[in-house]
Write a protein that binds this ligand. Structure first.
Ligand code: NDP
Ligand code: 2IT
Length: 460
């Protein structure tokens, strides 16, 4: 027995050494890319039990291969503003991994976009897409273009110029972009139009999140927010808890937030706060989603405007203060690293029972530690927000079949996918010795499928 333990310790140490070594190489190869390093660290650390049990992945240099994108494209995006002045932005597309399907992942338009952000998002997407059970590889893209304050015509000109270059690198069986921060139905529409014009063909499956009239899927708009709530619902159910009667805080007020608020409310929760990058609103009686939808989806205004229509609510400048509001369930749905260690400690002190990540990497590594150490039920982004890309894959399937499912059909498939992701994450966590730790479980379950299929396809 003592010998067995010693052998196990040796294997564990070999796995730790391997992960540490490859992580150092990743840092050296991608200097200064802190978000990418953070995403890599979280995943690599979770995989130690896998390498300790199955040294074949180390022998196959799987981490070295999986952390280097198959292709990273950067390009100039020139456009002319309304004053007639030429402007230049930088465009990106990372085609990270195609082991289980064509590259798939969103496009982000935000001034903070750089190589680190794109690489972190693309890396996470590999494992998230694997978890969905759909045949999609990992990719991501975007630009440092700031859509805020731009006219309709500037948005169209920029978006067309962006697609003029991107079109050379994408296709329904090659790489299928969709939306993310700053890219919604309007931008997807302009991009699809430009792609169609350049290709001279209506290849519906080249983009997802399209309008319903030209190949979009019903329930794609709702999918990420709904999916996050479906996942958290499963996690709560396992502990005899539910959304019904709970107080919920949702950060952001964009696509993911709005539909997370809608579904949580439908399940009987009271959502008391949401935010944008300037500040947050707090309405103790529950926020009025119709107002938020109109302000954000139609009028494209700031969330501060909410209080002029609802004087009973309060607006507070600065978005991180939202985490000081006592709640049972927190759903960060805005952006990366929006919950730091201090925010996490305050949430715990105020009695938070569950955290569900609708955004990508919204909790810092230290914040995740705080949640796990304090037995907060924690639904990690890769698993919890996979509903968006899952329904994107269903959109691709409908495009290939040239037919359209009803809202109810797509929503039922989404629900089933989220339940399966939850079950598979729980199972992997248990099997590898970390019961209840969904960070470890989701990372391992997502990794194994990709790694096995990379090995099956040889060193490419
Ligand atoms: P939207 O552009 O629709 O909304 C983003 C929201 O987050 C806005 O309220 C925005 O405020 C706020 N926000 C953005 N950047 C910051 C920032 N730096 N600081 C504070 N607040 C910020 O994007 P989505 O809802 O689509 O995306 C939100 C998150 O969900 C992202 O992390 C994205 O990667 C992730 N995600 C999205 C999916 C999708 O299908 N759309 C799928 C899976 C994950 P403001 O208006 O002031 O900028
Ligand atoms: O982060 C994400 O999963 C998305 N932005 C959605 C990607 C997609 O292809 O639907």
């Amino acid at each position: 027995m003592a010998i067995l333990t010693e052998v196990k310790q040796k294997e564990w140490q070999a796995a730790v050494n391997y992960v540490t070594e490859v992580y150092e190489t990743v840092k050296k190869r991608n200097p200064g890319e802190s978000e990418f390093h953070q995403a890599v660290k979280e995943i690599f650390d979770s995989l130690v039990p896998v390498f300790a049990k199955h040294p074949k992945y180390m022998e196959q240099s799987i981490l070295e291969r999986i952390s280097e994108p198959e292709r990273m494209i950067t390009f100039r995006v020139p456009w002319v503003d309304d004053q007639g002045k030429p402007q230049v932005n930088r465009g990106f597309r990372v085609q990270f991994n195609s082991a289980i399907g064509p590259y798939k992942g969103g496009l982000r338009f935000h001034p903070s976009v750089n190589a680190s952000i794109i690489r972190f998002l693309g890396f996470e997407q590999i494992f998230k897409n694997s978890l969905t059970g759909q045949p999609i590889g990992g990719g991501k893209g975007g630009s440092d273009f700031d859509p805020k304050g731009k006219s309709e015509s500037e948005i169209m000109k920029f978006t067309q110029s962006f697609m003029t270059e991107l079109a050379k690198h994408i296709g329904p069986d090659l790489d299928v972009p969709a939306g993310d921060i700053g890219v919604g139905a309007r931008e997807i529409g302009y991009m699809f139009g430009q792609y169609k014009r350049l290709r001279g063909a209506h290849e519906a499956g080249v983009l997802t999140g399209k309008g319903i009239g030209y190949g979009g899927s019903l329930a794609r708009t709702e999918a990420t927010g709904f999916g996050t709530v479906y996942f958290v619902e499963e996690m709560l159910k396992d502990q005899g808890l539910s959304f019904n009667g709970s107080t919920v805080v949702v950060s952001g007020s964009g696509n993911v937030s709005i539909y997370a608020i809608q579904k949580a409310t439908q399940l009987g929760a009271k959502v008391v706060a949401c935010s944008d990058s300037n500040g947050y609103i707090y309405d103790k009686n529950g926020i009025n989603l119709d107002t938020v939808k109109r302000l954000k989806e139609v009028e494209r205004k700031r969330i501060s405007e909410y209080v002029t229509e609802h004087p009973e609510a309060r607006y507070v400048e600065g978005c991180s203060g939202i985490w000081t509001i006592p709640c049972d369930i927190a759903l960060p749905c805005a952006t990366q690293n929006e919950i730091n260690e201090i925010n996490a400690k305050v949430l715990v002190a105020n009695g938070v029972k569950a955290v569900g990540e609708g955004a990508n990497m919204p909790s810092s590594l230290e914040a995740i530690e705080v949640f796990l150490n304090n037995k907060v039920l924690f639904a990690p982004a890769k698993a919890a927000n996979a509903g968006g890309v899952a329904v994107s894959a269903l959109e691709m399937a409908q495009n290939s079949m040239r037919l359209a499912w009803t809202f109810e059909e797509v929503d039922a498939k989404l629900h089933e996918i989220m339940v399966n992701i939850y079950k598979n994450s729980v199972k992997a966590a248990e099997e590898y010795g970390f019961p209840g730790n969904l960070v470890v479980g989701a990372n391992i379950a997502g990794f194994l499928k990709v790694a096995d299929n990379m090995i099956a396809q040889g060193v490419v």
